[in-house]
Design a protein around this ligand. Structure first.
Ligand SMILES: C[S@@+](CC[C@H](N)C(=O)[O-])C[C@H]1O[C@@H](n2cnc3c(N)ncnc32)[C@H](O)[C@@H]1O
Length: 188
């Protein structure tokens, strides 16, 4: 029997894989090292499209190289812009949008997602999400500003009417050292 609840990122992939089909358009709102982008590019297939955002050119370059190595570069648009500009770049409906907040592991820890821009980005992602579409947010509270960012995300979701949106949160209450947790938002 496989381990069901190993960590928030693995769980986000499981839920995303439940809703995304071949040919879908999806967003990676925080490209970073490109692991989520690569995962999404595989899921949407040759007829699908992934739109990835990051503010760090080096992250986008590395991710572009990773995608090229496995022949998936063509189905991914990598955008050097903050996700708070999401609706400037995304005009079509999307099936999923992944947020993996915080800083890039192995990168510059001062470059981190922030409460105000994360809130704006989630609000914009809600407007382009298709019916049954899913937003996943992996939230970190162990770094400076992380708790404030978690509060900003909580504020957004607390206002979503329950007849339109299913919101869920999976936390890891017996883990030490501020484990990241998963928040999901699905349009009904
Ligand atoms: C935890 S990392 C993402 C990990 C990534 N999904 C992966 O699979 O490796 C967070 C990323 O968010 C990026 N970031 C910070 N502020 C951002 C913003 N306003 N818009 C988009 N990306 C941002 C950082 O540059 C960093 O690469």
């Amino acid at each position: 029997m496989a381990r069901l609840f190993s960590n928030a990122v693995t769980l986000s992939h499981k839920f995303i894989a439940e809703v995304v089909c071949l040919g879908d358009t999806v967003i990676d709102a925080t490209v970073g090292n490109g692991s989520d982008t690569l995962f999404l590019a595989q899921l949407v297939g040759a007829t699908g499209r992934v739109i990835g955002f990051d503010t760090q050119p080096s992250a986008l370059e590395r991710t572009g190289d990773r995608l090229k190595e496995v022949g998936l570069r063509q189905r991914v648009s990598l955008i050097h812009s903050g996700h708070e500009n999401l609706t400037k770049h995304v005009k079509e409906p999307v099936k999923a949008c992944m947020f993996n907040l915080g800083y890039l592991p192995g990168g510059e820890h001062s470059i981190v997602t922030l409460p105000g821009t994360t809130k704006a980005a989630i609000e914009q992602a809600l407007t382009v999400l298709e019916r049954n579409g899913l937003i996943t947010v992996v939230i970190y509270t162990g770094h400076t500003g992380g708790t404030e960012e978690a509060a900003a995300v909580a504020e957004v979701v607390s206002k979503l009417p329950q007849h339109l949106w299913d919101v869920a949160e999976i936390t890891f209450p017996n883990r030490k050292n501020h484990p990241p947790y998963l928040l999901t938002i699905q349009r009904r």
